[in-house]
Design a protein around this ligand. Structure first.
Ligand code: FDA
Length: 275
């Protein structure tokens, strides 16, 4: 069986990426986790998500962007996204909010610095950030960012990190998730608790009930195609439920990380490859 680290390693291999992105059955399978390759498909997915009482965020897939040209192309794509939100009325209910995703730990400090600069120098209060509970530094980062105060999405973290910077054991990642979730919920700022883990969700609901924190003071967030049943249940129970909708041609690394998170997904791929 391929391990999590091996799958994350494969997610960075350009040769395999070239092969996979050209292989038609593989593209069909990715549709479980990726809304499509263009913005129209993302808009259609978001309409369906909105019809289930959930909100949604666009994510144009691309990462480890290194050149000015690629960066400009990304900026243009997001301007396009904002224009489509305006035209179609989808996702506009809560105003536009831009959240900067978090990549590997080599970029954590640079990403935090960008978020802080956007707020301090440009006065942009509708920009938020992501923190990952697998990193040792995250409770300190949360404390620091709450002083701004920044809106934070808390997740466990999806990259392969060494034990020098991240908890190797799942139980420690989970304990840190609960600890930081409690800091966020008592901060009085609206944050996103991003997980599909029923234990983390129950811990959040229990803590909010104990502390008298209302359902509209925070939101749950999940990824497109994962635990739709739980998404519907939480939305039905009156919690804010946001679904993250990835789209674009550069779906390969994102897709491989979703496989790495759950071995059963590899069987899903194998079965569907031969259909
Ligand atoms: P965990 O991995 O412990 O899984 C708990 C349960 O959830 C599993 O038993 C299974 O039932 C279900 N599940 C989880 N992953 C699944 C999958 N791929 N397929 C099927 N079922 C699955 N990471 C990051 O490093 N930077 C970022 O910016 C973001 N952004 C982000 C946004 C949002 C909205 C979410 C929900 C997640 C992220 N992540 C992320 C990913 C995150 O770090 C993490 O890798 C995944 O959410 C999986 O962790 P869980 O908390 O779901 O728990």
């Amino acid at each position: 069986m391929l391990t999590r680290s091996a799958l994350i390693y494969l997610s960075r291999q350009e040769g395999l990426k070239e092969f996979a992105t050209r292989f038609a059955p593989f593209q069909r399978i990715t549709r479980r986790f990726i809304a499509g390759e263009n913005i129209d498909e993302a808009v259609a997915a978001i309409r369906e998500i909105n019809s289930r009482g959930c909100t949604a965020s666009f994510d144009h897939l691309n990462e480890s962007v290194g050149s000015t040209g690629e960066t400009e192309a990304e900026v243009n794509e997001y301007l396009n996204v904002l224009a489509r939100i305006d035209e179609s009325g989808i996702a506009a209910r809560c105003g536009n909010f831009v959240r900067i995703d978090m990549e590997g730990s080599n970029l954590t400090q640079a990403t935090i610095d960008i978020c802080k600069r956007l707020r301090a120098e440009f006065g942009l209060n509708n920009v938020g950030i992501v923190l990952q509970s697998y990193l040792y530094r995250t409770a300190d980062d949360a404390r620091n960012l709450l002083n701004i105060p920044a809106r934070i999405r808390l997740c466990k973290g999806a990259y392969d990190e060494p034990p020098e910077v991240a908890y190797p054991e799942k139980k420690d990642v989970d304990n840190n998730f609960v600890r930081v979730m409690q800091m966020l919920l008592t901060s009085g700022v609206y944050h996103g608790i991003a997980t599909h883990d029923p234990k983390m969700i129950d811990a959040t609901i229990d803590f909010a009930n104990r502390e008298g924190i209302s359902k509209d003071a925070f939101e749950f967030q999940m990824l497109f195609g994962i635990r739709r049943d739980l998404q519907n249940q939480l939305a039905g129970d009156g919690y804010g439920m946001r679904v993250y909708v990835p789209y674009g041609k550069s779906w390969y690394p994102y897709f491989m990380r979703r496989l790495a998170e759950r071995p059963a997904n590899i069987w899903f791929v194998m079965k569907n490859l031969w259909k």
